[in-house]
Design a binder for this molecule. Structure first.
Ligand SMILES: C[S@@+](CC[C@H](N)C(=O)[O-])C[C@H]1O[C@@H](n2cnc3c(N)ncnc32)[C@H](O)[C@@H]1O
Length: 300
């Protein structure tokens, strides 16, 4: 399906559902890769239409006008020719039910950890007013902002090595009004951190370097520092693991995503008492460890 056919399909559609189907067909005929907030052509098409309608319910139910056709065509053209993820083209994305600014300064939020944060870390640990959470490698700030949103009153420190990512995270902290609750710190992992925390969360870079070059074009749009986990993928993961207990309070917990290298990670640490988390909305490769388990493993 080419752009001309999409244009005519959009002009002739009698409902927004039909428009979504036309866009989905266009995306579906261009070998795109999905996975930056949706997992299908239909999901992306719906997102595009609803975004242009500012997620307004009345716009969705009223008959389509020609209003957004040019914008749809322009974005759809860039999506298929440049293979840029839709979130970057729109400058906005959603995570844990919250809207975030997003651009190439940071990875597009998609961690399954959203589910744990939405539950306020239950049933693993109860956190509330005055508890401290550390987010290592905050990127857009999505985990930090969601934690502050779903656990009212907690204090979050969020680190990143990337000044660009921290700039974007600052925009998101302000967007959600958490300036008094979230501190952003430029730091190589724990280097510039001195508190003790009840919870440490991290979605660090964990893609094995050799895999980076073979990732679909959509992923190559993302900052390499957000993906590159060194030769085995485990470089940053292992550094966090080794030092985390020194930054946790007694009873504190580390939640870390290792995604597709979960098996390699388990093989590298066969005696580590990992608890792998399960997710209702899909996703895997997130484990949990207590401070005491970490200390027992590394210093026992
Ligand atoms: C996979 S992204 C995760 C971003 C965000 N937390 C999320 O879940 O969408 C990893 C982040 O870790 C940051 N990072 C990489 N190496 C780091 C290091 N040594 N210290 C701190 N942050 C680091 C990257 O800049 C990137 O923002």
């Amino acid at each position: 399906m080419d752009l001309k056919e999409l244009k005519s399909g959009l002009e002739n559609a009698h409902s927004h559902e039909q428009r979504v189907e036309e866009i989905a067909q266009f995306f579906g005929s261009h070998s795109l890769v999905f996975g930056h907030g949706t997992d299908s052509a239909g999901g992306e098409a719906y997102w595009l239409v609803r975004h242009l309608q500012h997620w307004n319910a009345d716009h969705w139910t009223s008959p389509p006008t020609h209003d957004h056709i040019d914008e749809i065509l322009e974005i759809a053209h860039l999506r298929v020719t440049e293979r840029r993820p839709l979130a970057y083209l729109l400058g906005r994305t959603w995570f844990a039910g919250l809207e975030f600014n997003i651009d190439r300064r940071a990875l597009i939020p998609r961690s399954p950890m959203a589910e744990i944060i939405e539950r306020g870390f239950a049933p693993w640990i109860s956190v509330g007013k005055g508890n401290r959470v550390l987010d290592i490698g905050t990127g857009s700030g999505c985990l930090a902002v969601s934690a502050a949103h779903y656990c009212p009153g907690i204090l979050v420190e969020a680190t990143d090595v990337s000044p660009d990512a921290l700039e974007l995270a600052e925009e998101n902290v302000k967007k959600h009004g958490f300036e008094d609750y979230i501190s952003l710190i430029q730091s190589d992992l724990f280097d510039a951190v001195c508190e003790k925390y009840d919870v440490i969360i991290s979605n660090p870079p964990y893609v094995p370097r050799a895999r980076l070059a073979s990732l679909p074009a959509e992923y190559i749009e993302e900052p390499a520092v957000a993906l590159d986990g060194g030769s085995s993928g485990l470089n940053v993961v292992n550094r966090i693991l080794r030092d985390a207990d020194g930054f946790l309070r007694p009873g504190g917990m580390l939640f870390m995503e290792v995604g597709e290298i979960a098996q390699a990670f388990s093989r590298a640490h066969p005696k580590l008492p990992l608890t792998w988390l399960e997710f209702e909305r899909g996703g895997e490769g997130v484990f949990m460890l207590t401070r005491e388990e970490l200390t027992g493993y590394f210093r026992g």
